[in-house]
Write a protein that binds this ligand. Structure first.
Ligand code: ADP
Length: 257
């Protein structure tokens, strides 16, 4: 793994970012990208200058979840830097905007590509950079965490008992790296039907995580067709429905990071 970079050696592109927030999960499909994108647009809605870095090289979701006019990253040929694309005021960098097909790469190559995309980007002045981490806690994730000085991590999971073991792994990885986990988001927790609230995956593993690891905040997100539809349509839910229940939850999360 790469050696940690100290703050005074930070690549120029990252020097003017106040907080770098990792959104992480231990497996795919739990809603990590949904949380990263909605968190970023919530922070932007609160007046912050925000960027999203989609570090998921194998399955970049950002190009589906937002709809910027330009879907290709531009290069500054003199400085050899990358200029982010933008949608509704949020700066965006994703491998999915790099103009290549699906990646077939080995781990060390992936780390190289991620680090290059992240560190040669001209982010400019940002209050928050939200990093949509690749799922898992392997070498790619470790290297990324060592190259980038993370301010805080948010862990996304689903309520099943089994997911608890995965969350524990994530918390341990960040604590080894001295990055505080500020919140756990339990996604797809419940849905309302027939006048009742249903918990299809059971309850209680989120609060177990919070108790056992001393994580200060736990948030529940419901299963919502609109969350899935907004993800597919390129318009984040918190932008489409700024006064809804989901937007309210993201505002509470936005205050914690
Ligand atoms: P990950 O980044 O963990 O792989 P995504 O955020 O891409 O997961 O979510 C996977 C799929 O599930 C997407 O199609 C997304 O729109 C959908 N989804 C995520 N969270 C919810 C939710 N709470 N309700 C309904 N659909 C959801």
């Amino acid at each position: 793994p790469a050696k940690p970079i100290f703050v005074d050696q930070l690549p120029a592109g990252l020097q003017k970012i106040s907080s770098i927030i990792a959104v992480s999960s231990c497996k795919g499909g739990v809603g990590k990208s949904t949380v990263a994108v909605n968190l970023a647009y919530t922070l932007a809605g609160m007046g912050a200058r925000v960027g999203i870095f989609d570090a998921d090289v194998y399955g970049p979701s950002l190009p589906t979840m937002v709809s910027p006019e330009s879907r290709l990253l531009e290069m500054n040929p003199e400085k050899r830097t990358i200029i982010p694309t933008e949608y509704l005021g949020v700066k965006l960098v994703s491998f999915g905007f790099a103009g290549q097909g699906r990646a077939i790469m080995r781990g060390p190559m992936v780390s190289g590509v991620i680090n290059q995309l992240l560190t040669t980007t001209e982010w400019g002045e940002l209050d928050y950079l939200v990093v949509d981490m690749p799922p898992g806690t392997g070498d790619i994730q470790l290297t990324l965490c060592q190259v980038v000085p993370l301010t805080a991590a948010v862990i996304v999971t689903t309520p099943q008992k089994l997911a608890f073991i995965d969350v524990a792994k994530g918390v341990r990885m960040f604590s080894k790296l001295k990055v505080p986990c500020v919140a756990v988001v339990e996604n797809m927790c419940h849905f309302d039907a027939d006048g009742k609230r249903h918990y299809p995956f059971g309850r209680g593993s989120g609060s177990q995580v919070v108790e056992q690891f001393g994580i200060p905040h736990l948030f529940d997100l419901p299963i919502r067709p609109s969350l899935s539809a907004s993800g597919d349509s390129g318009m984040p839910e918190v932008v489409a429905d700024p006064l809804g229940e989901v937007a309210g939850t993201f505002q509470e999360l936005g205050v914690c990071v």
